[in-house]
Design a binder for this molecule. Structure first.
Ligand code: HSE
Length: 338
């Protein structure tokens, strides 16, 4: 399968590194993937129909720009993302550019273009899925291509696949959980006495936070996952205005200490039902399973009619963790024989 990466930041590089490091294991699965194009907004673009070398790609971006990629026969350096989608030989677009929760652009138009050109779209980008999942799914269906979205909620922890595939046949009545790694990391560090700003800086350094971490700390990133869960689980397209959203920026060290003294912990809890959703900092007793979910780990509980509550705990952010979410969608396409 030939892949075009749109975006080559933390997640794109994490994904590329997995393809490189797991090359032999993937070949054992008869899965042969090759990166033929990488496009960034300000750090250059590359297209080579016969494939790009991943070590050279990582090396070039490590030096700050894809211009550092060595010359090779057939290498194009001036194709932008749109041209790559229109004219390259890629079978699938791996879209990992920074998310825009207001307009979902430019990714949204690029996804539509990709389906028009019969390419699969695999993404970790929350904006287009939060805003236009039903439309995109319908376009993917018409093109007989796949829209892969596992990485948008809980990184590579299979939260959406669990709900859509393993729990198929159950009615999910609600989902409740911790779906933002950055804020959970900050709250955990604050419990050990770290300052809010230092904890946020660490979360940024570890690659958990959004490029503008306001989206994390004010609850908008978690809210985008509530919008995704609502449209994916319940077929209900909500907007941010429909949600009650509060982040953690107003939680002080004193609040954290008070909760600990009372045997409780603050967690940023996302909640979604067929009727609506919310994101709220909540004081949980230590007996609540979500209270024990620490650092960038996320968790989600689906309340189902047939098996009751089903809880999944796992990574919610990070380069490798999100990169795996993308790979899991590609492997699903491979298993389906497309
Ligand atoms: N910034 C997000 C988080 C990344 O911290 O959870 C994963 O969506």
């Amino acid at each position: 399968m030939k892949l075009a990466l749109i975006g080559f930041g933390v997640v794109g590089q994490g994904f590329a590194r997995i393809l490189m490091d797991k090359h032999a294991e993937l070949q054992d699965l008869s899965f042969d993937a090759q990166i033929v194009a990488v496009a960034t907004r300000s750090r250059g673009a590359l297209y080579r129909p016969d494939g790009l070398d991943i070590a050279d790609l990582l090396n070039a971006i490590g030096q700050g720009d894809l211009r550092h990629y060595p010359d090779a026969p057939g290498l194009q350096r001036d194709w932008n993302a749109e041209r790559i989608v229109r004219e390259s030989n890629a079978d699938a677009i791996i879209e990992v550019s920074p998310t825009n929760l207001q307009t979902a652009q430019p990714a949204l138009d690029l996804f539509r273009l990709a389906f028009e050109h019969s390419k699969h779209v695999i993404t970790a980008n929350k904006g287009p899925i939060a805003l236009a999942y039903a439309d995109l799914k319908e376009r993917a269906g018409r093109a007989h291509r796949t829209l892969g979205i596992e990485a948008t909620v809980m990184a590579g922890t299979p939260s959406l696949r669990l709900a859509l595939e393993s729990l198929q046949g159950c009615r999910i009545r609600e989902a409740r959980g911790i779906v933002n790694g950055t804020t959970n990391y900050i709250l955990t560090q604050m419990e050990s006495g770290m300052d809010y700003a230092d904890a946020l800086a660490q979360a940024q350094q570890l690659g958990y936070a959004e490029p503008d971490p306001t989206a994390d700390v004010e609850g908008w990133d978690a809210a985008s996952k509530v919008l995704i869960l609502s449209t994916v689980l319940f077929g209900k397209r909500l907007t941010m205005d429909d949600l009650d959203v509060r982040g953690i920026s107003s939680i002080t060290a004193a609040d954290v200490r008070d909760a600990a003294a009372a045997g409780e912990r603050w967690k940023l809890i996302a909640h979604v039902t067929p009727e609506g959703g919310s994101v709220q900092p909540t004081r949980l007793p230590l007996t609540d399973p979500l209270a024990g979910v620490a650092n960038a780990t996320n968790a989600i509980t689906y309340d189902t009619d047939l098996v009751g509550p089903v809880t999944l705990i796992g990574a919610g952010a990070g380069a490798q963790q999100t990169g795996f979410g993308l790979l899991s969608d590609l492997l699903a396409i491979h298993r389906a024989g497309h």
